[in-house]
Structures are given as structure tokens and as C-alpha cells.
Design a protein around this ligand. Structure first.
Ligand SMILES: CC(C)(COP(=O)(O)OP(=O)(O)OC[C@H]1O[C@@H](n2cnc3c(N)ncnc32)[C@H](O)[C@@H]1OP(=O)(O)O)[C@@H](O)C(=O)NCCC(=O)NCCS
Length: 152
């Protein structure tokens, strides 16, 4: 699997993956802006684009904004490989801390992030708007240092 930076020309595939990945797709306008800003990495497996992630660096911290694997490719280890590739890129570019927010109900993603060493820092109450109300976000973080393994 290769993680390659995606530009605006990848919008159609990114939108497809986004819509097919789960119940909470990212807004199309946010994806278009992220592609323009070179914040999107596409996962390429033998020519197939199986997923994407969006991240934003600020000084020595990077926030994972979104991660999605197309439904037909889920539960085959691609999400984990994408995260591991991204972690390696962040470490080699000298980032010190990774942050993310995730819906409290998203057990699949929470379990993946925990297994990679992310800890829960806290929560943001009512952070996400849902069809029948609001949902809390967990704020998770992983401290990177040159001699610390990110994998547990
Ligand atoms: C979360 C997501 C990216 C995981 O991608 P994936 O390729 O299916 O995940 P993997 O096959 O690499 O699995 C990695 C780990 O995730 C967890 N996981 C993945 N799917 C799961 C599920 N349906 N139920 C429980 N745990 C799950 C497990 O811990 C798994 O490790 P294991 O295989 O050793 O049990 C994918 O489900 C997805 O795109 N979901 C919709 C979008 C989303 O919620 N993104 C996160 C936003 S913060």
C-alpha cells in the first residue's frame, strides 16, 4: 500500500469513498478545500484507491481531520496500514504530537486509534450534530518521540 498526496483531480474518487465509507461522511465543501490545501493522502493498493485521510499540521502538532476506507475494502487491515504509514510520515517530519476527535459511538475507529497508542485526553460535549440531537467527541492524542514506539 502506498499513501500518496492527492490534489483536486482526485475529487471524484475521494467523494465516492467518503459517501460509501459510513454513516457520517465529511462535507463535500470541506473535502474540496482539503484537496486544494494538499491535506489529503490517498491509499493506493495495486492501483485501487481504497481510502483517504485528511490531516492538518500546526507547528509541531498534526490533527487527523478524517480517515475513511471504502466500504468494500473495510476490515481488511487497510485503515490500520494507512494510520501506520501516516504515523511514520509524521514522525520522520519531526512532529511531536498527533491529535484527533472521534464520535463517542464510533467503536471501530476508537479501537483502531487505541491499538496504535492514542490516549483519550477528554471529551467535547455535543460536538457533533446528528439527525436526532448531538453526540460527544472524544479527543485523543499520541505523543511522538524518536525513541518511543507508536505501536502497542
Ligand atoms: C474506521 C475505519 C477507517 C477502519 O478502517 P478498516 O480498514 O475497516 O480497519 P482495519 O481493517 O484496518 O481494522 C483496524 C482495527 O480497527 C478496528 N475495527 C475496524 N472495523 C471494526 C468494526 N466494524 N468493529 C470493531 N472494530 C473495528 C479493530 O480494532 C481493527 O483491528 P483488528 O482487525 O485487529 O480487530 C473504517 O471503518 C471507516 O472508514 N469508517 C467510516 C469512517 C470513519 O468512521 N472514520 C473515522 C473518523 S474519526
Amino acid at each position: 500500500m502506498q499513501l500518496v498526496q492527492a490534489g483536486p483531480a482526485s475529487i471524484e474518487r475521494v467523494l465516492q469513498i467518503n459517501l460509501w465509507a459510513g454513516r457520517h461522511p465529511w462535507p463535500e465543501s470541506a473535502l474540496r478545500r482539503a484537496l486544494q490545501a494538499s491535506e489529503v493522502l490517498l491509499a493506493n493498493v495495486d492501483g485501487a484507491k481504497v481510502g483517504f485521510l485528511v490531516s492538518q499540521p500546526v507547528l509541531d502538532e498534526t490533527t487527523l481531520m478524517h480517515l475513511a476506507v471504502a466500504r468494500e475494502y473495510q476490515r481488511q487491515g487497510w485503515g490500520r496500514q494507512m494510520m501506520q504509514g501516516w504515523l511514520a510520515q509524521q514522525r520522520s517530519s519531526g512532529q511531536q504530537r498527533l491529535l484527533l476527535e472521534v464520535r463517542r459511538s464510533n467503536q471501530a475507529a476508537i479501537s483502531l486509534y487505541r491499538s496504535l497508542g492514542f490516549d483519550t485526553l477528554g471529551q467535547r460535549r455535543g460536538y457533533y450534530v446528528t439527525t436526532d440531537g448531538v453526540e460527544d467527541a472524544l479527543v485523543m492524542a499520541l505523543d511522538l518521540s524518536p525513541d518511543e514506539s507508536a505501536y502497542r
